[in-house]
Design a protein around this ligand. Structure first.
Ligand SMILES: NC(=O)c1ccc[n+]([C@@H]2O[C@H](COP(=O)([O-])OP(=O)(O)OC[C@H]3O[C@@H](n4cnc5c(N)ncnc54)[C@H](O)[C@@H]3O)[C@@H](O)[C@H]2O)c1
Length: 448
């Protein structure tokens, strides 16, 4: 998880993504965007505040399965209608909302967002976009078919340092990139025994609605809600899904990668219940104009990550940032991108080397200096979405981009089920060559 309030200012708008003209906003000359928020506790509360800080937003509906979270949000926006079931929200208020912000746990992203898009609503959905590959493809397809404005909640796209890193890589600073190493010592896995027993469902929580399309199971305190669901296979996507999607976003974007050819995850034996506490994942991607013939991405997570490696050695034996990514050029030059709130560092011949960003500033790509005013800048990614709904901007992480990034991440999560085995992915048929892995590309929804 990113620290929610830590954002960087970058007043300029750049995007390496193609502009998608939107029928929906072209036909719109609205002054106000009426929003509905699904999940308003945890990150949803930040999402709500940051979206609502746009002067053209009217918060019209709030939805949460936890009545305490719902009431707290309701105090902030007393005129918004409150719901605990998002299906009822769409039934009753479809005509009264323009955009939906989905901030519920991962397994509910697609069911809620797809319903929103079927109702022709623009969607801002938290990361990772979906819980499985099939859903990611469906989300992308539907957004395209309906020509809706979409954005995934990876705020890094609006961070100065990340935009700068993209420009530096694409300017050829370190030459063609052969490898990216990325790491996070966070642990959204669990190697212990399966939780058993059952606790009373708190009065404030509608457990059936929280489970949503996932299979039924008894409620246990502190195991699922709030936040802990990330560790469990039926609801979250482990550390790779949680942090990998943030940290790999910039390499993925800067190198213009597509989905990978092969994926291998070394972790403990999978138990179909909780994600492994440590993962070492290797991806091979087809080359692009910014990479060597193939690009290798190595991801490490869990306690102690990353292991020592010569590629990660810093000048003066400096300590690596806690989380981050290292781009390695074919000629040994490197770019370190800490996650986050630090400028990328260029390393050549074992030394830090200054680089000149004035060209990018001249071209209007970057503001002069990163203004690290976290609270003041937390809204950028959200405002971009709202401005796009108003026809004044374009989103930098639309589903056309973020569904592929999410698919990539989820393939690494699936590879964890086959520790040490290389899986071969065929993007055109959306299937693994190893047929035993294909059943994990989607899941059966429960009627709830
Ligand atoms: N971009 C970021 O930096 C960032 C940071 C944290 C979390 N996230 C993402 O935000 C999402 C939520 O994470 P969190 O940490 O806030 O989880 P959480 O469990 O703390 O909060 C989720 C909220 O959604 C509500 N909810 C659950 N099911 C719901 C449903 N069916 N309908 C309506 N509301 C429902 C819960 O009651 C709770 O209020 C996740 O996808 C996570 O990956 C993103």
């Amino acid at each position: 998880m990113l620290d929610r309030r830590k954002f960087i200012k970058n007043t300029s708008v750049i995007s390496t993504l193609p502009f998608l003209p939107s029928f929906s906003f072209l036909k719109t000359s609205k002054k106000m965007i009426r929003t509905a928020h699904i999940g308003v506790g945890g990150m949803g509360k930040s999402d709500l505040k940051d979206t609502a800080s746009h002067k053209n937003v009217k918060v019209s509906a709030l939805c949460d399965v936890d009545s305490v979270a719902l009431d707290e949000a309701g105090k902030l926006f007393p005129y918004a209608k409150k719901y605990k079931d998002y299906r009822l929200l769409f039934k009753e208020m479809s005509e009264d909302i323009d955009a939906v912000i989905v901030s519920a746990p991962d397994h509910t992203h697609a069911p809620a967002s797809i319903l929103a898009m079927k109702n022709n609503k623009h969607v801002y959905c938290q990361k990772p976009l979906t819980h499985n590959v099939y859903e990611a493809r469906e989300m992308r397809k539907l957004a395209e078919e309906k020509n809706l404005i979409t954005q995934m909640g990876i705020q890094v796209h609006s961070f100065y340092d990340y935009k700068l890193a993209t420009l530096l890589i694409q300017s050829g600073l370190i030459g063609k990139v052969s490898t990216v190493r990325a790491w996070s010592p966070k642990n959204w896995g669990y190697d212990g025994p399966k939780y058993t027993g059952t606790d009373d469902i708190p009065e404030k929580l509608d457990w059936n609605l929280w489970l949503g399309t996932a299979s039924e199971r008894p409620y246990k305190e502190k195991i699922y809600h709030p936040g802990m669901w990330r560790k469990l296979v039926d609801f979250g996507c482990g550390t790779l899904g949680d942090m990998g999607v943030h940290i790999f976003d910039t390499p993925y974007n800067a190198l213009e990668l597509d989905v990978p050819l092969t994926i291998k995850n070394k972790c403990r034996k999978f138990n179909n219940y909780a994600f492994p506490e440590k993962n070492f994942v290797e991806y091979d991607f087809p080359g692009t104009k910014y990479t060597t013939e193939k690009l290798k991405w190595i991801w490490e997570d869990g306690k102690g990550a990353p292991k020592k490696h010569k590629d990660l050695k810093l000048p003066h034996n400096d300590k690596l940032p806690l989380q981050g990514a290292m781009f390695i050029g074919e000629n040994g030059k490197k770019l370190l991108l800490p996650h986050f709130m630090e400028l990328p560092k260029f390393i050549d011949n074992g030394k830090y080397v200054e680089y000149n960003i004035s060209n990018f500033i001249k071209n209007g790509h970057l503001s002069k200096v990163p203004i690290r005013d976290y609270d003041g800048e937390a809204h950028l990614h959200y405002h971009q979405f709202i401005d796009a709904c108003l026809g004044k901007d374009e989103c930098s992480a639309p589903f056309s981009y973020s569904a592929k990034l999410t698919e990539t991440i989820l393939l690494g999560v699936i590879a964890g089920r086959f520790s040490g085995k290389t899986l071969n992915w065929d993007s055109s048929s959306a299937k693994f060559k190893e047929t035993e892995a294909n059943k994990y590309l989607s899941r059966t929804y429960r009627n709830f």
